[in-house]
Design a protein around this ligand. Structure first.
Ligand SMILES: [Mg+2]
Length: 225
């Protein structure tokens, strides 16, 4: 295996945590007949700049919102804009790899206000990133390969030269392996990943290149050469 030239990080639950309830679930609860999955497909793939924009995007699907729903969305936007917190050691892990000469990519399914809070929580990571590919800007979401190939293009490297680092097997690890990347699974929430773990153990799906229990362990792995 070639010495990697780039490390591409997922953001949510890989570099940052919080809040406990996903925004699409909060919004879905405010609207009669809305499913969390449908709301996610709208808010994660639309460029939004304010709570009003969210309301308009949601209304184009579900019709006019109640005042309660509008108020709830406005409150959610505010809280999401400061909700992300660094996972201990995440910034250091990214900087260590950057200092080794690796290019840094960020590849995330994320909506606009939460990304704002990531910028506040991880300014050094944003600073050193050579490519940042977000679902809310491209309109594509994992496990679709579109954003994976886009980040590789922006970094100017081949899949075989890149390592994907993420917490979700189906969205971060499997698509990366399918493309010919290496992949480090940060198994921080094994309870959520039990199905994927079983499939790997039964050899129904490929194993990641490496698995760690915490992001801080990533720079010490042998695969960096
Ligand atoms: Mg994640």
């Amino acid at each position: 295996m070639n010495r990697p030239l780039a490390a591409i990080f997922d953001i949510g639950a890989t570099l940052v945590t919080g809040p406990p309830v996903a925004p699409n679930k909060v919004i879905a609860k405010l609207i009669d007949g809305a499913s969390a999955a449908d709301v996610a497909s709208i808010i994660m793939t639309t460029e939004l700049s304010c709570a009003d924009g969210v309301c308009r995007a949601i209304e184009s699907r579900y019709g006019v919102l109640t005042d309660t729903a509008r108020g709830g969305i406005s409150q959610l936007w505010k809280s999401q804009s400061s909700a992300a917190e660094e996972i201990d050691g995440a910034v250091q892990a990214v900087l260590k790899l950057k200092n080794r000469g690796l290019k840094i990519g960020l590849l995330s399914d994320i909506w606009a206000p939460y990304y704002d809070s990531v910028v506040k929580a991880l300014p050094q990571v944003i600073d050193v990133a050579d490519s940042i590919v977000l679902s809310c800007r491209t309109g594509a979401r994992k496990p679709d390969l579109t954003n994976f190939t886009r980040v590789l293009d922006e970094l100017g490297i081949e899949a075989a030269q890149a390592v994907m680092i993420g917490d979700t097997y189906t969205h971060d690890i499997k698509p990366a392996l399918d493309l010919g990347m290496q992949a480090i699974w940060v198994l921080a929430r094994p309870d959520r990943e039990s199905e994927s773990i079983i499939e790997i153990l039964n050899q129904d799906n490929p194993a990641p290149t490496a698995t760690v229990s915490h992001i801080a362990e990533v720079p010490a792995l042998g695969l960096w050469g």
